[in-house]
Design a protein around this ligand. Structure first.
Ligand code: FE2
Ligand code: FE2
Length: 308
């Protein structure tokens, strides 16, 4: 059985003390925000416990959907690379960036150079995103919604060109006996996050999925576990958000956890099941139960989008 894990928003720290000249523009507000709350919200000991549990589970593949950085500082890129290296080899770990990785112009390019082997497709393309990585019965389609934004804005955008290329990839992959799993940082459905934190072209993404479909879409950004559905041409497509991998948990965020997906081969037909792994009442990492992504029950939309 093929298994893959999805973790997101590790916000790897401790944050290196930035030189004053780097605290210009958006970074000043970000740094103040981070020192006020985010530093306390994200616990590197929790992240270490999550990675230990992940290693014990030994999935066939691991996906990280962004916000590995805090302020997109150059000094954060080596620690981001170290974090991904710690998860596994670049063949077994896939990465797409989040808004904190593209904090100011230049951040995203610098990070992607540092983590390059984790964010490239099996075959070189004209652009980095979307990338396609075939692993076992799964084709991972990696998208980037990460763009630099104004202070206090954490929105994302795919753009027409990337969405068009993604549609072509998904349509071509539908002809292969593979499950199509889409990776994106921002919740890609309309209403997935409030204005200022949302994917601004979610309508375009929804329309694209309605035409070509996918088997599963996984995202981060909200620091909350959530299950929604988009309409595909052959039925509902689960859209599953994972909590942050390092969050202590608060009024509007869930405590640290990750999702473990299993691909079942049932007489030639693939089925995906999902499990949440996180902290139990004793503070020990383990299974927190199955997540229903079948679409058979009433659709759940989870409110509470705070951090991003
Ligand atoms: Fe985040
Ligand atoms: Fe985010």
């Amino acid at each position: 059985m093929f298994r893959f894990a999805h973790l997101t928003d590790p916000h790897v720290g401790p944050l290196p003390r930035p030189a004053l000249r780097h605290l210009l523009g958006k970074r000043i507000t970000g740094y103040v925000n981070w020192r006020r709350g985010r530093r306390e919200a994200h616990d590197m000991d929790l992240l270490a416990a999550l990675v230990r549990d992940l290693r014990e589970q030994a999935p066939d593949h691991i996906v990280c959907t962004g916000d590995v950085c805090n302020l997109g500082l150059a000094s954060e890129w080596p620690s981001s690379r170290l974090f991904l290296d710690g998860l596994g080899s670049h063949d077994t770990v896939s990465f797409v960036p989040g808004n904190h990785d593209a904090y100011v112009p230049g951040s995203l390019e610098g990070l992607l150079e540092a983590v390059d082997p984790f964010a490239v497709g099996d075959e070189p393309g004209l652009t980095r995103f979307p990338f396609v990585r075939r692993r076992g019965p799964v084709a991972f389609i990696g998208l980037s919604s990460a763009i630099p934004t104004a202070p206090f804005v954490a929105s994302g955008r795919l753009g027409r060109t990337q969405t068009k290329h993604a549609e072509a990839c998904l349509a071509a992959l539908a002809e292969e006996p593979l499950l199509r799993v889409v990776l994106i940082h921002h919740p890609p459905h309309v209403g997935g996050a409030p204005t200022g934190r949302n994917l601004v072209d979610a309508h375009r993404f929804e329309a694209m999925i309605a035409r070509v479909g996918a088997d599963l879409i996984i995202h981060g950004h909200n620091h909350v576990g959530s299950v929604s559905f988009l309409e595909g041409p052959h039925g509902p497509v689960p859209v599953v958000g994972a909590p942050s991998a390092s969050d202590r948990g608060g009024a509007l965020t869930h405590p640290a956890g990750y999702h473990l997906f299993r691909v079942h081969d049932e007489e030639g037909r693939f089925r995906i099941s999902a499990e949440l792994r996180g902290l139990d009442a004793e503070g020990v990492f383990g299974s927190q139960g199955a997540i229903d992504i079948s679409g058979n029950t009433a659709h759940r939309r989870v409110a509470g989008h705070v951090r991003g």
